[in-house]
Design a binder for this molecule. Structure first.
Ligand code: F6R
Length: 608
């Protein structure tokens, strides 16, 4: 999604803004722009469609040594990707960058007759509205911003500068993140703390409904109702190395390969193999509260939803007297669902900023239900608004496609289920295998990634010309198949869908022909033989099957077999998902697409 950066200090603002925007590239964008102000207020506005490198070409001819400025990467919502729709937008003496959506922009635009609109964006309407209250500097900039925001409906993270006060940036947020980086004699802003790394470790996370006036050595925050807010300075936990490729060709491959370490971070201090228990401090529920839980709602979007769905299969196997309802946030927020007593909601999100997931969280909280976050991004909005939570601690995920977060989200949720089971008195003999397998999972993941890597690469190369894929699984392998299909479609643009094996006969079997391949996930276990019968049905109709299995005796005449040799009885689907991740990666490389920034997508979806 859109990204914001800003700088006021004594260094070259253009340099900071460009490097900051590059850090935010991973969020997905289609145009970019910056504006800087000289001491006398002269503004240099540069905008370009497409990659930041296009903006840099313009910059090369317009180098300035200005010490203040704001920048933006845009992900189009209102108006096509183009230079005129790129931010910053100008109105009178002010310039604005905006993340989010102003819902009543049409109404507001009607009232702003004096401004000549140059773009089709809702953001320019907000710039014009601020300018209408600013009256060419007759009121302080912050007051004009506050007056305008009181009329704006929707979501925003904004930064505004004025030619008439070229030593201050005004920022505000409602539903779209903004972080203020506090340095020595310099202050920075960004929509994502990763843009601040290498400049400062000290950050102030703005809350919804707050506005701040930022100068090089001061930050003054107040609410839209003019109540002063005392700034809480927090440490940014991420390191620079975590947002670099570290020798890999793509962030996606790096993130797939670092899952042994990232899962270890999720497990740290939470698994006790000696007494066979798990312990999660973050949710903050007492034994009694855990015992009472009868209904678990799991909310997420995309990969986070798949993680919730997969976790629900596991949790219901180990936790008695519980119903689990995994839901897609964008649907759930508009449903009239009845939430029974003794419910707890797990809110799953890598970024902690997904608009639909956040909306569900707020809705669910209104109904008095306890909310627990399963979040990666520290200090994100969801992490701050839930009643309690478990950070998955996988470090920054830069590639748009989520990989390492999925694995850790599933395990974190299974561990939450286990804490409920422990409180409900489930016997250690039932939980012990889970504890043991979770504890050894990082190593098993390492072995799997090493042992299957070359084989998956070969198989992906073989199928690189295919445009259609069907992912199949039963039980825990079904949500895993859904996640595999999502990964493939989002980065390689192959039309991939997932079905439960048992559903084949009810429609999808009609698809089987030479244009399709079938990616069959076949973990050993109770339903293995049934899944094998389904594969036979596909083979009998001339399907092209890639079988992924940990059953050594597998001997069907499929086109390709990817064998898992590293053992995890319970979490074999997680290992199969590593295969799906690598398969999607190598298919995309073979097709020559942009692995880390697939078209039309954004990393953090902060609009509905
Ligand atoms: C897929 C993917 C998306 C996200 C979804 C939710 O690879 O990355 O489907 O999983 O947008 O994002 P978070 O987890 O940040 O709420």
């Amino acid at each position: 999604m859109c990204g914001i950066v800003g700088y006021v200090g004594s260094k070259n603002a253009q340099d900071f803004l460009i490097s900051g925007l590059k850090r935010l590239e991973y969020r997905g964008y289609d145009s970019a722009g910056i504006v800087t102000l000289a001491e006398d207020g002269t503004a240099t506005l540069l905008r370009a469609k497409g990659k930041i490198s296009n903006l840099e070409e313009k910059l090369a001819k317009n180098k300035r040594n200005d010490k203040i400025g704001i920048g933006h990467t845009r992900w189009a919502t209102h108006g096509e990707p183009s230079e005129k729709n790129a931010h910053p937008h100008q109105a009178g003496e002010i310039y604005l960058v905006h993340n989010g959506i102003i819902e009543n922009y049409k109404e507001l635009k009607q009232q702003l007759k004096e401004h000549e609109f140059k773009s089709e964006t809702d953001s320019e309407v907000l710039a014009a509205l601020i300018n209408s209250f600013y009256k060419d500097g007759k009121h302080p900039l912050i007051n004009a911003v506050v007056q305008a925001l009181k009329l704006a409906k929707g979501t925003y993270g904004i930064a505004v500068v004025s030619k008439l006060s070229p030593d201050e940036i005004v920022v505000a947020r409602s539903g779209s993140p903004l972080v203020i980086g506090v340095g020595h004699g310099e202050t920075m802003i960004a929509s994502d703390a990763s843009a601040l790394l290498g400049h400062t470790k000290q950050a102030i996370y703005l809350n919804d409904g707050e506005v701040a006036m930022i100068k090089k050595d001061s930050v003054e925050i107040k609410t839209l109702n003019a109540e002063p807010v005392s700034a809480k300075v927090e440490e940014i936990e991420t390191n620079l190395s975590a947002i670099q490729k570290g020798g890999y060709d793509h962030f996606l491959l790096k993130e797939i390969m670092e899952q042994p370490e990232s899962l270890n971070e999720t497990l740290r201090g939470r698994v006790n193999t000696e007494d066979g228990t798990v312990r999660l401090g973050g949710p903050g529920l007492t034994e009694n509260q855990l015992r009472q839980i009868k209904h678990l709602i799991i909310v997420g979007c995309g990969t986070a939803y798949h993680a919730g769905l997969l976790a629900s299969y596991y949790i219901e196997k180990i936790t008695p007297e519980i119903t689990i309802e995994p839901v897609i946030a964008s649907e759930y927020r508009y449903r009239q669902s009845y939430i029974p007593e003794d419910s707890v909601a797990l809110i799953v999100s890598q970024s902690g900023e997904t608009a639909d997931t956040l909306a569900c969280l707020r809705e669910i909280k209104k109904q008095g239900v306890t909310t627990i976050g399963i979040v990666n991004a520290i200090g994100s909005t969801i992490a701050r608004e839930v009643d309690g939570g478990t950070y998955v601690h996988v470090g920054p995920e830069i590639s748009v496609a989520s990989t390492k977060a999925f694995t850790s989200q599933v395990i974190a949720m299974v561990m939450f289920g286990m804490t409920i089971a422990q409180a409900k008195g489930v016997r250690t003999s039932v939980l012990r295998p889970y504890v043991d397998e979770i504890a050894k999972l990082p190593e098993v993941i390492r072995e799997t990634l090493e042992s299957v890597h070359e084989k998956v690469k070969d198989v992906a190369g073989k199928y690189a010309s295919y445009e259609h894929g069907i992912y199949l699984g039963r039980d825990t392998a079904y949500p895993t198949a859904m996640e595999g299909a999502l990964k493939l479609k989002e980065i390689s643009y192959v039309d991939a869908n997932a079905y439960a094996f048992g559903e084949l006969k009810h429609g999808p079997l009609a698809l089987i022909d030479d244009r399709f391949f079938e990616f069959a996930l076949l973990p050993k276990g109770e339903l293995y033989d049934k899944a094998i019968s389904n594969v036979q049905e596909v083979l009998a109709r001339g399907g092209h099957v890639i079988a992924v299995t940990n059953e050594k005796k597998f001997d069907l005449p499929v086109d390709d077999v990817i064998n898992l040799t590293a053992e995890s009885e319970i979490f074999a689907p997680i290992l199969m998902n590593l295969v799906s991740q690598l398969f999607a990666y190598y298919m995309t490389v073979a097709k020559g697409y942009d692995v880390d920034q697939p078209r039309n997508l954004a990393k953090s979806v902060t609009v509905e």
